[in-house]
Write a protein that binds this ligand. Sequence first.
Ligand SMILES: *Cc1c(COP(=O)(O)O)cnc(C)c1O
Length: 352
Amino acid sequence: MTRPARVQIDTHALRHNLALARARAKHARIMAVIKANAYGHGYLTAAKALDSSDAFAVASLSEALYLRQHQIEKPLLVFQGAQSLQDYRLARQHRLILTIHRLPQIDLLEQLPKPWPDTWLKIDTGMGRMGIHPQHADQAAARLGNSCQALMSHLACADQPEHPLNTKQLETFERITRNLNLPTSLYNSAALLDDRFQLTTDWVRPGLMLYGASPLIGQTAAELGLRPAMKLQAPLLDIRHHNAGDTIGYGATWQCPEPMPVGIIAIGYADGYPRHAPSGTPVQINGATCPLIGRVSMDSITVDLRPCPDAQAGDLATLWGPGLPVEHIATRAETIPYELLCHAGQQETARS
Ligand SMILES: *Cc1c(COP(=O)(O)O)cnc(C)c1O
């Protein structure tokens, strides 16, 4: 089953962005985060292009097993860890590293004969999501013994480097890790890219930056030296000539100010284009910027074709990609580039 919208992945851009992460990380090892179908870029496409990273991370065990089934043999961390003894057995069999983010996961592990699978102990230093309480860190690490390979935590406000929670989280993490003499991992893309984060850790865990989108508010990917890896395109289905006063699409939210050409493009929210993108959101056709007009439908959008009078049915429109940053579209649609990349990319999996 196919739909006309297409996602193209530039694997050279993935490699370029990894090299940039490597340069920023100095001596820290790089765990490339390829959860959620590698932010829509395809698990295997990304795993192969990012092969020179030191490890991969995914959210769930089934994602990790999928990678192992496809001969991805690199060290692989599962952020959500195990939920059952069977999960632990599978992890051991497939040499997965499991995050321990709640104490009952240690209770369960202790029912398993040794050797235990490798684990990373995750501490909640202020994110308030996954991770054990700092006061339990020493004891948890002791119970894990030599199965524990690293200590990790996650920042809540890395994209706002001046946020006071960053200082609190860094201090808490430093205090806990100082005594435990284990490798450490804290930074995501935003923290890795901002010079204000000074703590030295043994591992960094970039995701978004590898895909060429900026994680920092107010700094573009191009300014950071990143190259967008995903291009989302769809063909122009029709060109219509409307009269002044005609309204376009559901809710009749947009009215033609003068006689004008309107393009219909074969992409909609079913393909991952954000339904909340407002009129004015840029779409590129043959190098010209044609603003979205009217509401986004399930399978199509409408654009003002006045900037591109020579466009023809069949021409390809670019919704985001090089020259049209996904961050700009995300801002317009009041969401984040992460969400747009994941959603558009799910179509790629369905098609392959
Ligand atoms: C998703 C995730 C990352 C990567 O974050 P980016 O902002 O995409 O760099 C790192 N660590 C954890 C625990 C994550 O869940």
